[in-house]
Design a protein around this ligand. Structure first.
Ligand SMILES: [Zn+2]
Length: 452
């Protein structure tokens, strides 16, 4: 009865909630170039203070955008951390957008704009959940710590320092929720119990003599050829060839295996979500594809750089070539370990040029046990909100700075939320009004579930 009233109450306030989201989307907050960050910190802080959440800006000596740490203090011994991010991904090429990215135009039932789902519609769901419970006179019997960071979309480069330098302000935590778009391309909700880790590197190949006239090509070494040789030695199109690369991986438990079996997402759905891009091993079954996506590490070369392809003819052997490489890691791989393996491996290839490896960013994979009682409570709230059995992913294929909190406190941690996961970072990103309402309902039900 109580739940039913809350659901109705949320719908009664629909216009008010949509108005807040529009206001937040209309305030740009692009961490890649700093656009609008200050304004976003201001309106978000005000919104939180308005409903009794006290706030503090956490900064780091290394600079960057502050974390907004909000506390709803109930003098309880239980502290739930809610993680979100107020920065948005860059808009990319404006020509790819059918609407102005920061106009928050409503077309039909869609609120369109950069950050609607990732992550403004999601962190606002929690603020609105606190607001509605307050309006209804329902007490929240535990402490909620809101941790809204401003550099998630650029890999959280200062987050480790922010946490280390402000540890005294972060109380001992009992559990953590990351609220982000967690509906698959068919709209089905899911919970992820962890994240893949990441290792991002720049590898540079240099000719000792620098750029040399092409007529000497027969007797000098070519950084581009050496680079191509190295790439082929790292990846064969299917497997990562670094020695012992797969050794540390732990397999999922029987129960986690069962969760994967229940995931109803199919190849067709994934392809639809990717906008029609091809799946490499299309002959594999749906389940095999899901398992590869979630449970296997991967490697991507996201950029290759050498010279210029714009005429005129240059007649040179280039002095250098480089590429950006990114590994996605699974439990129990370790990014620093893989980094060292790669450096050693490249050295042992005895290439005909100097090789430098620059570490750009890294994070560790995490996974919470599906047996944790916290997981059960969130599942219950999610199933009841969406009126179906939500899927449980042992970990997401994406990454999050989850390991920084796990390092601090060994706590259960998971991701859930509203909006389409596959639309994040794309032009014409949107959240439907219904999805946003479900997000508020989910946050409210999680609070009520944890109150029991
Ligand atoms: Zn994002």
């Amino acid at each position: 009865m109580k739940t039913l009233n809350i659901e109705k109450e949320i719908r009664k306030n629909k216009n008010k909630y949509v108005k807040t989201l529009k206001k937040f989307v209309q305030q740009p907050s692009i961490s890649a170039d700093g656009t609008g960050i200050e304004g976003m910190v201001k309106i978000l802080t005000e919104e939180m203070n308005k409903i009794g959440i006290s706030t503090r800006l956490l900064k780091s000596s290394t600079g960057g955008n502050p974390v907004i740490l909000g506390t709803l203090n109930k003098n309880s011994g239980y502290n739930l951390l809610v993680y979100g991010h107020y920065d948005v991904h860059s808009v990319g090429d404006l020509n790819d957008w059918d609407y102005e990215p920061f106009s928050a135009e409503i077309i039909g039932n869609k609120i369109i704009g950069r950050g609607t789902a990732d992550n403004k519609g999601n962190f606002l769901s929690w603020i609105k959940a606190v607001e509605i419970l307050k309006d209804l006179g329902i007490d929240i019997p535990f402490n909620i710590i809101f941790f809204f960071e401003g550099e998630e979309e650029i890999g959280s480069p200062n987050l480790e320092n922010i946490i280390r330098e402000n540890e005294k302000y972060i109380p001992k935590l009992d559990a953590k929720i990351v609220f982000e778009p967690r509906q698959d391309s068919q709209g089905h909700p899911f919970i992820n119990l962890g994240w893949k880790g990441m290792l991002s590197l720049k590898v540079i190949f240099k000719n000792k003599g620098g750029q040399i006239h092409a007529s000497y090509g027969s007797i000098v070494s070519h950084p581009i050829f050496e680079m191509v040789k190295a790439i082929n030695k790292i990846y064969d199109g299917n497997m990562i060839l670094l020695p012992d690369f797969y050794n540390d991986i732990i397999s999922v438990s029987g129960e986690e295996e069962k969760c994967i079996e229940k995931i109803g997402l199919c190849k067709k759905g994934i392809v639809k979500g990717l906008g029609g891009e091809s799946i490499k091993q299309i002959d594999l079954s749906d389940k095999e594809i899901i398992k590869i996506l979630l449970l296997e590490p991967s490697m991507t070369i996201s950029a290759v750089s050498a010279g210029s392809v714009i005429p005129p003819v240059r007649s040179v052997v280039l002095g250098s070539a480089s590429f950006l490489i990114e590994f996605r890691l699974v439990p129990n791989q370790n990014s620093k370990n893989i980094y060292q393996k790669l450096v050693k491996y490249l050295n042992e290839l005895n290439l005909n040029c100097k090789v430098e490896v620059e570490l750009l960013s890294n994070s560790e994979p995490t996974r919470t046990s599906v047996r944790d009682p916290f997981v059960e409570k969130i599942r219950k709230a999610c199933n009841s909100t969406f009126n179906c059995e939500c899927y449980v992913y042992p970990n997401l294929q994406g990454t999050s700075p989850d390991h920084l909190f796990k390092k601090l406190y060994q706590i259960p941690s998971l991701g859930c939320g509203c909006g389409f996961h596959h639309l994040c970072h794309r032009p014409n990103e949107y959240i439907t009004v219904e999805q946003y309402m479900k997000g508020i309902e989910l946050a409210t039900k999680i609070i009520l579930e944890l109150s029991n």
